[in-house]
Structures are given as structure tokens and as C-alpha cells.
Design a protein around this ligand. Structure first.
Ligand SMILES: NC(=O)c1ccc[n+]([C@@H]2O[C@H](COP(=O)([O-])OP(=O)(O)OC[C@H]3O[C@@H](n4cnc5c(N)ncnc54)[C@H](OP(=O)(O)O)[C@@H]3O)[C@@H](O)[C@H]2O)c1
Length: 286
């Protein structure tokens, strides 16, 4: 498909937070106030523990995340995944930057060390992927000399390092959007970056951030122990305890979420070992 006549990105391109959370019962304020009789327990949405995920590998969620964030909306485009530096560091070294996506790492580091590290890892990853692709191409040619396959442009693997969310969106727009090469924008965490995205004010934000719908694609994770529901220990939480009409959100239908992610999402709970997962979506009302 040829790039659109106007290569600049429409500013209505949604920003979608993708997150897996588990409900944790905590005091409504700080743990120190637990004894306060006016302090009622509430539920927070746990997302992390000690720099990593609170749960052992959940295949259904990891493969959902990989498919959804890497599948471009049109051939010739590549999705961006925006993350905090700590979330980048939490990705296993041999997998980062994640393939077939533009990783955008946000950091306050001004020494250049974070940028240098990410770019070195990008070079190493690209070299490894090129070697794998070359070996595969040679095997494919041997297998099907007389049946050349249709060439579909693959999403690229790239990485940039920026000092803020605003700068991240601006750079994605100006570098990849202008060339018609940017697909969807996913915000993949962690808590600090979700918080920065949710604090964005459509009216006060830069032009690059204005008028973009803000969405959340959430995997709910529940653990079923021998004696019923059990929780995972968490030290990092999603910045909102829930998304309701009262705090300016609406629940999206499974059909809408399916359209956002590019595959069918039923909204049903699915069992995997002792956990159950469910994918749902929300859109900010204003
Ligand atoms: N369940 C999920 O779906 C999910 C998804 C993602 C992450 N996680 C978990 O969440 C945890 C990490 O979250 P986190 O909140 O601790 O860290 P984070 O948001 O991933 O990264 C925080 C870092 O981002 C940079 N940063 C944050 N705000 C910034 C700003 N306004 N301007 C410039 N730079 C900024 C800083 O990097 P520098 O320190 O380099 O300056 C900061 O230390 C881990 O446990 C991870 O496994 C869970």
C-alpha cells in the first residue's frame, strides 16, 4: 500500500496503555495509617515486584503482548512501544530491544550512558537478527526454488532514547510518522510512565499530544490457590485503582478491544495453570 499523500501522522492516533494487573487488597492510604478506623481497605492494581513481573511466566498474556504490540496496522509500518528505563531493563538482555517494534526508552539520564547502552544492544540485536534471517532465506530458497513467495515488508527493529513522554511522541511523529512508517503507539509501562501518560492533559499538552484518544488494554490476572483466590505480592501499582465513569473512563466492548488490538478478544476468563486471565479495554472520556 502506498504511503498516504500527507505523510504527517494524524494527531488523533490513539495512545494505548497495555498492562497486566492483579488486584491487591491494601489500605486506602499508606500502610502506616492501617490502624485509622476511618481508613477502609481498598483494592489496588499490582503490576510489578522487585523490578520484574509479580507472577511466573503466563504464556497466554506474554504471547498476547508480543502479537498485539508487534502486529502493524498496515504493511510497511512499525508499531512503537514506549517504556520507562526500568521496564526496558526488565526485558531479558538477549531479547532487547524487542524485535519488529520501535522501542522508545524514557530516561532522565543526561550522561548519555543509557542511550549508549540501548544503541549498543540495538546493534547487537540487529546483527543477530540479520544472521538468522540470512540462514532462513538460504533454507527457504533451497526449499522453494520454483515458488517465490510474495514479499511483505517486515516491521523494523529500532530504538530511541528520549527525556520525556512528550519528546517520545514528538520524535515518533517527526521521524517515522512523516515518512508514513509509524503504526500504532503502545505504552508498555511501568508505573511511572503509565502515570505520565495518564497525567497528560489534552488541552495543556504539546500539539503532539493533543486530541489523541487514550486507551487501556488490560489483562486481569487472578491466582486460584487451593483455598480459593490468592494474590501475588506486588510493590509497583498501576496509577489508577480502576477505570469507571466516575473517574472519566468507559469500558470498551470486546468488539472494540478486538479492533484496537487487531485480533479477536472475547473478554472471557481463560485458565492457565493456577492463574486465570481476561483481556479488557477502557477509553478515557475526556
Ligand atoms: N504488569 C505489567 O504489565 C508491567 C508492565 C511494565 C512494567 N511492569 C513492572 O513495573 C516495574 C517498573 O515500573 P517503574 O514504575 O518502577 O519504572 P518505569 O516506569 O519502567 O521506569 C522508570 C524510569 O523511567 C524514567 N522516567 C520516569 N518518568 C520519567 C519522566 N517524567 N521523565 C524522564 N524519565 C522518566 C526514569 O529513568 P532513569 O532512572 O533512567 O532516569 C525512571 O527511573 C517493574 O517491576 C516491571 O516489571 C509491569
Amino acid at each position: 500500500m502506498p504511503p498516504p499523500a500527507n505523510h504527517s501522522l494524524p494527531h488523533s492516533l490513539p495512545l494505548t496503555l497495555i498492562v497486566a494487573t492483579t488486584p491487591i487488597r491494601v489500605a486506602s492510604s499508606t500502610p502506616l495509617k492501617l490502624q485509622d478506623p476511618n481508613d477502609t481497605p481498598t483494592t489496588r492494581l499490582g503490576i510489578g515486584l522487585k523490578g520484574t513481573l509479580p507472577w511466573p511466566r503466563i504464556k497466554a498474556d506474554m504471547s498476547f503482548f508480543a502479537r498485539v504490540t508487534s502486529r502493524p496496522p498496515t504493511p510497511g509500518t512499525t508499531n512503537a512501544i514506549i517504556m520507562g528505563r526500568k521496564t526496558y531493563d526488565s526485558v531479558p538482555k538477549h531479547l532487547r530491544p524487542l524485535a519488529k517494534r520501535i522501542s522508545v526508552v524514557i530516561t532522565r539520564d543526561q550522561t548519555g550512558a543509557v542511550k549508549e547502552g540501548v544503541l549498543q544492544e540495538l546493534q547487537a540485536r540487529k546483527a543477530k537478527m540479520a544472521a538468522t534471517a540470512k540462514a532462513k532465506a538460504e533454507t527457504d530458497v533451497e526449499k522453494s526454488l520454483d515458488a517465490p513467495a510474495d514479499v511483505v515488508p517486515e516491521p523494523i527493529t529500532d530504538a530511541i532514547v528520549t527525556p520525556s513522554l512528550d519528546a517520545a511522541i514528538g520524535e515518533l511523529d517527526s521521524v517515522y510518522g512523516k515518512e508514513g512508517k509509524l503504526g500504532k503507539i503502545w505504552l508498555i509501562g511501568g508505573a511511572e510512565i503509565y502515570g505520565a501518560a495518564l497525567r497528560m492533559d489534552a488541552k495543556e499538552g504539546s500539539e503532539a499530544l493533543q486530541r489523541r484518544p487514550v486507551r487501556v488494554v488490560m489483562t486481569n490476572v487472578l491466582r486460584k490457590g487451593a483455598e480459593g483466590e490468592a494474590s501475588f505480592e506486588c510493590d509497583t501499582f498501576f496509577p489508577l485503582d480502576g477505570m469507571t465513569a466516575q473517574n472519566g473512563w468507559r469500558s470498551a466492548s470486546p468488539e472494540e478491544v478486538s479492533e484496537w488490538v487487531g485480533e479477536e478478544v472475547s473478554g472471557e476468563w481463560k485458565k492457565e495453570g493456577d492463574v486465570e486471565v481476561q483481556m479488557v479495554g477502557y477509553e478515557r472520556l475526556h
